[in-house]
Design a protein around this ligand. Structure first.
Ligand code: COS
Length: 383
């Protein structure tokens, strides 16, 4: 494993940051809990969505490039959390189609996701199946050569506005994770409805109701009954990148705080002269660096095609550590700014609200600890 970025990786991260500062920062982004289609299209026009997938710019997208995804998210997060999540959700929602869908299905959706014309979403969670994803009960009943979906999905990012949902449904009752199948379901399907929810998060989240939604055999992602692994593989790829999002946010908070403690005077000198302040900044910077290294290590393990247990363990460590550290760092940065950081619209007020959901979605911190413990101690000893 290497501990630094290659010149190409550094150039890529710089390009993302510059492009975002020039073209994304000036945009008036919607914050009303609905998908901002103009923003998603702009991310496509700028070529940023292309970076979600591997392969050269002029080639058909293939699999994923985890390190590129992390650099993209870390750099974009330092400019706009809303743009960052809009981008990441395009990847999370469509990656299972690229990874496990038939070539015609991938051809129908992936280019539109990359251009920003189609909005994608990943629909796994249900009212009674959040952390325990294998408990999901949305049913896929056989219907001729296809299926009909009945049930509910809850806390689904980009719902109810997405054009294409990756939906995980139960095809074998009582079979736990082995009875789950993944489907690609267009947002305009007959019988599919939903509503937007008002949650503490930087992106749109909603609820979906499936009332006999018909799905064709061509819409199955991977094999029937093998959908749980499709979900878990997707999360193995995206969890380090949630860590990268956290690193980008914490970096912004820390940059603002270093500037602040240098110029803010109290008790006869700059705040930075107080040893407690300087030491806290040293501590936060160290935690940020540790987070970044764990994220890069997990992304490298994925790109190198390490064995699954290694990937899952590193992916869980990166998400766990980076999101927990970012929460602490941003909280510490709010403290050093004092009341001004609580002013609505202040950078730190935004970051403080936005960072909270990262410790919950794509597997809460407790789930990451379970994955790590199972890998280290053995599944038979841990629950
Ligand atoms: N890649 C591929 N397959 C995987 C996998 C992975 N990373 N992890 C598990 N699997 C497979 C296992 O191999 C197993 O298959 P076999 O029975 O054929 O061996 C199957 O999936 C079930 O795995 P496991 O027994 O570990 O499932 P559990 O029900 O114990 O659940 C956790 C495992 C807790 C890790 C899982 O439910 C999880 O990640 N929960 C959090 C869900 C989440 O992130 N929700 C947020 C929604 S997205 S915003």
């Amino acid at each position: 494993m290497s501990f630094g970025l290659t010149p190409d990786q550094r150039r890529y991260a710089l390009w993302v940051g510059e492009t975002a500062r020039e073209s994304i920062a000036p945009l008036a982004i919607r914050h009303d809990g609905r998908v901002d289609r103009a923003l998603v299209r702009e991310l496509g026009r700028l070529g940023l969505l292309r970076g979600l997938f591997g392969g050269g710019e002029d080639e058909a997208p293939r699999d994923a490039a985890a390190m590129q995804l992390c650099l993209l998210r870390e750099s974009l997060a330092q400019v706009s959390g809303a743009a960052e999540t809009a981008l990441a959700l395009q990847g999370l929602g469509s990656y299972p189609i690229l990874q496990s869908g038939r070539p015609e299905l991938a051809q129908a959706w992936i280019p539109a996701v990359i251009s920003g014309e189609a909005v994608a979403a990943f629909a796994l969670s249900e009212p009674e199946a959040g952390s325990d994803a294998a408990a999901l009960s949305l049913t896929a009943e056989p219907d001729g050569d296809g299926w009909r979906l009945h049930g509910e999905k809850l806390w689904i990012s980009n719902a109810p506005d997405a054009d294409i949902y990756t939906v995980f449904a139960r095809t074998t009752p009582g079979a736990g994770p082995r009875g789950v199948t993944a489907f690609a379901v267009p947002g305009e399907s007959v019988g599919l409805s939903g509503e937007s929810l008002d949650l503490l998060s930087p992106h749109p989240i909603g609820r979906l109701v499936f009332d006999g939604v018909r799905v064709e055999p061509e819409a199955v992602l991977g094999d029937v009954g093998a959908g749980f692994a499709v979900a878990m593989r997707t999360l193995d790829l995206f969890r380090p990148s949630v860590g990268a999002f956290a690193v980008g946010m914490a970096q912004s908070a820390l940059d603002a705080t270093v500037a602040h403690v240098r110029q803010r005077r109290a008790f006869g000198g700059p705040l930075a002269q107080q040893q407690s302040v300087a030491h806290s900044i040293a501590e936060m910077t160290t935690q940020l660096e540790a987070s970044r290294l764990l994220v890069y290590a997990a992304a490298s393990a994925y790109d190198e095609g390490r064995e699954r247990d290694q990937q899952s363990r590193r992916s869980a460590m990166a998400k766990l550590y980076a999101t927990e550290a970012a929460q602490r760092i941003i909280d510490g940065c709010v403290q050093f700014h004092g009341a001004r950081a609580l002013q609505r619209g202040h950078l730190l007020e935004h970051l403080y609200r936005d960072v909270r959901s990262l410790r919950i979605y794509e597997g809460a911190s407790e789930i990451q600890r379970t994955i790590i413990a199972r890998s280290v101690i053995g599944k038979e000893f841990t629950r």
